[in-house]
Design a protein around this ligand. Structure first.
Ligand code: G16
Ligand code: MG
Length: 210
């Protein structure tokens, strides 16, 4: 029985994935490092510094920890600039309806994101006060595929993991949900995950399982 649904943010509630891509692409171009959409998929759900490490796999030299911190900061500054353009119109289709139906059914709703910018994003898209709990990159040190962000979210909801269902667009996020002992529903890029319990062709499909 599902008592709470935990939504990933980037790629599920709002498509900030394209903004992450633009910001990382700018860093890659400046550094003369090859970067494309396929590499970008591997950045879904993982932390900022792990994303940078993946991007640097294609670099032809070694970067010091100090240089890495500078590049990660620089990327985040571009990204924050891009976030200023977000509006409530950027909430992905079907989300508002699904949140409303879940609330009507008495199911708790929450955000479990790896992003340290999650609250800024939710504020921009007008959903900061719509959830029973929000956990993000500031609550944890180990990001997805570790289960930490979802376990913290379940605690904030006062729910056991086995009563929670996670909605994710990233393979790393599905792994995190299963490692947390929760149900996992995959949408978008995560549909290729073999670990997902449910595959969603659209977010409304979620309502079949709750
Ligand atoms: C998101 C993205 C990742 C990003 C991570 C950290 O997580 O999917 O690509 O690297 O957050 O973001 P930031 O640099 O803003 O802290 P999620 O979990 O919402 O999909
Ligand atoms: Mg995501």
């Amino acid at each position: 029985i599902i008592k709470g649904v935990i939504f990933d943010l980037d790629g599920v509630i709002v498509s900030t994935d394209s903004l992450h891509y633009l910001a990382w692409k700018k860093i890659a171009d400046k550094e003369g490092i090859y970067f494309d959409e396929e590499i970008n998929h591997r950045l879904r759900g993982v932390s900022r510094i792990e994303s940078l490490n993946i991007l640097l796999e294609k670099a032809n030299r070694v970067y010091t920890e100090e240089e890495k911190m500078r590049l990660a900061d620089e990327k985040n500054n571009y990204y924050i600039e891009l976030l200023k353009n977000l509006t409530p119109n950027d909430v992905l289709p079907g989300i508002i309806k699904v949140l409303k139906v879940l609330k009507e059914k008495g199911i708790k709703i929450a955000i479990g994101s790896s992003s340290k910018n999650a609250k800024v994003i939710l504020e921009r898209i007008g959903l900061l006060n719509s959830f029973d709990a929000i956990s993000d990159g500031n609550d944890i040190t180990r990001s997805k595929p570790f289960p930490d962000v979802f376990l913290v979210t379940a605690q904030k909801l006062w729910l056991k993991p086995e009563h929670c269902l996670v909605v994710e667009d990233a393979v790393a996020g599905i792994k995190a949900a299963k490692a947390a002992g929760m149900f996992a529903a995959a949408i978008g890029d995560a549909k290729k995950s073999v670990e997902a319990d449910f595959i969603l062709d659209s977010i409304e499909d979620l309502l079949r399982y709750v």
